[in-house]
Ligand binder design. Sequence first.
Ligand code: ADP
Ligand code: MG
Length: 242
Amino acid sequence: MKNAVLSLERATFRFKDAKKSSYAFKDVSFSLAEKEFVSIIGPSGAGKSTLLRAIAGVIFLTSGTVVKNFKKPAMIFQGHGIFPWLTALDNAAFGLFMEGMPKQARQKRAREKMKEVGLAGLEERYPHQLSGGQRQRVAIARAIAIEPDLLLMDEPFASLDSLTSTSLKKDILELWERYKMSVLMVNHIIADAVELSDRVIIFSKEPGTIRKIETIELPRPRDTRSKDFFLVADRLTGMIEN
Ligand code: ADP
Ligand code: MG
């Protein structure tokens, strides 16, 4: 693929413990283009989170290769992973802190990003004083604050009510368009993947591997209530079930 920010070639990860070893994922090959939005959908336990962690460089492959042409990845972990002992603002500024940006500058940037995701006024709150959707938005503010060229998201809508997840999806699409970044999102809701993605990677389990990669041809902005949308979502559902 031309302009790939990420290319995996037969990427494989095996957990080893004393008694047995098992594949989290096996022989996974795909590329992600610049500014492309790709979703990975598949059942729980298929190795999706482990795959994202390998791409982010938190763990290393057992075999195969990951070619990384991106400069600055940001990852939103499953369950958002913000720190309970930091205020929303300090959480949003955390990536910038890690980059060594001076305090005033990083707080200014973090405030701007919080505003962009609808969190103005909540800077001094701690995570336990925020709703689930607001905490997820703090995680998004932290990710975009470093202005990444690749955004990795692990189940960003899990455990959110449907209204909150609808508004979050809208925000994520806007940010994706504004920042022109590549996005790789793990998800298990087919309709969300169809609504957001250029391509959808369908994973199956034991071992986690790619069953199919589907290009979503629907024009944007996508009408989730149109007949065409329903047909695409239905086709993907059929692929997962068979
Ligand atoms: P998903 O995100 O698709 O639900 P995961 O990547 O979390 O899947 O897990 C993939 C598989 O690897 C699961 O069967 C899980 O039980 C197993 N697994 C996850 N972490 C470990 C670990 N640290 N040691 C051994 N097995 C693990
Ligand atoms: Mg997972």
